[in-house]
Design a protein around this ligand. Structure first.
Ligand SMILES: NC(=O)c1ccc[n+]([C@@H]2O[C@H](COP(=O)([O-])OP(=O)(O)OC[C@H]3O[C@@H](n4cnc5c(N)ncnc54)[C@H](OP(=O)(O)O)[C@@H]3O)[C@@H](O)[C@H]2O)c1
Length: 253
């Protein structure tokens, strides 16, 4: 039986770009997102036995438990989890819709935590498994005008680094991906397409190719691109109030 990987947010962008890597390495890929047709299109040329599509909205409470149940109903067990689904929103905190921001927290943090918890149960039983949590360069600094988004990614980074230590010297691998601006649907959804932040986005396929190879080699913190490495390096030196000012500047058009 092939090993199984679950990719959340597999209908576009980074999640979609992970699919060919796993399929060509012989994994059974479970794609999940809300957009069924996009996932169907992405898999149309693959052997139907190499993938499973599961529709799941991750912004509703206990969505991850529902998703996990659907995986089990299909007789599958997750060997690798790619916690990638997420979105951002540009705007001052108090001008953005509260429900949308709470939904963002649900997708970016709560569903990610719930899915991690459920999959770790199986991984501990088997004493094997890998989890890649997608954070962001945004995880390393406060983000005025995207306050909740940056904070959700800071949560993902802190949570995942803690787990990484809990599972050190075990056969279970916890890794973090911290991409910078990348050309996907993210910028359109977040309304940041025309901002300085997105002046020179990386190609999604390049980000994922780096991420895939480093993750499969066991790397814990994956930062694709030299500029992103430099930015993260700078966040460790500069005071956070200054970082907040810089982050605010790059949300300008
Ligand atoms: N692109 C960047 O510049 C960048 C930089 C750093 C980090 N990231 C992170 O990378 C991850 C992937 O984003 P991306 O850049 O590939 O953007 P994307 O192309 O917009 O993909 C986002 C994915 O998340 C899924 N998703 C969003 N809301 C969902 C919900 N309520 N329920 C289930 N799935 C949902 C979307 O699927 P449906 O809409 O079909 O549900 C889509 O498959 C995100 O966590 C993002 O924060 C992106």
């Amino acid at each position: 039986m092939n090993q199984t990987v679950l990719i959340t947010g597999a209908s576009s962008g980074l999640g979609a770009d992970f699919i060919p890597h796993f399929i060509s390495d012989g994994y059974h890929v479970i794609l999940t997102a809300r957009s069924y047709e996009q996932m169907q299109q992405l898999t149309q040329y693959y052997n139907p036995e190499s993938y499973t599509i599961i529709i799941q909205d991750l912004q509703i409470p206990h969505a991850a438990a529902q998703l996990y149940e659907k995986v089990k109903q299909r007789g599958l067990t997750i060997d690798i989890l790619i916690n990638n689904a997420g979105f951002g929103l540009l705007g001052d905190f108090h001008t953005l819709d509260l429900q949308q921001q709470l939904a963002m927290m649900q997708v970016n943090m709560t569903s990610l935590v719930e899915l991690t918890y459920l999959c770790l149960g199986d991984m501990e039983n088997k004493q094997a498994g890998k989890i890649l949590n997608v954070a962001s360069v945004a995880a390393y600094l406060p983000g005025p005008k995207m306050a909740i988004y940056y904070a959700t990614k800071a949560f993902v980074l802190s949570f995942s680094q803690a787990l990484c230590e809990e599972y050190a010297n075990t056969p279970i691998q916890i890794s973090i991906l911290a991409p910078g601006a990348t050309k996907t649907n993210f910028a359109k959804v977040a309304h940041v397409e025309k901002t300085k932040m997105f002046a020179r986005p990386m190609k999604s396929s390049v980000v994922v190719s780096i991420a895939y190879h480093q993750f499969m080699k066991g790397k814990h913190i994956i930062i694709p691109g030299t500029i992103n490495k430099l930015i993260i390096g700078a966040t460790k030196i500069l005071p956070r109030h200054l970082l907040a000012k810089v982050a605010k500047t790059i949300t300008r058009i």
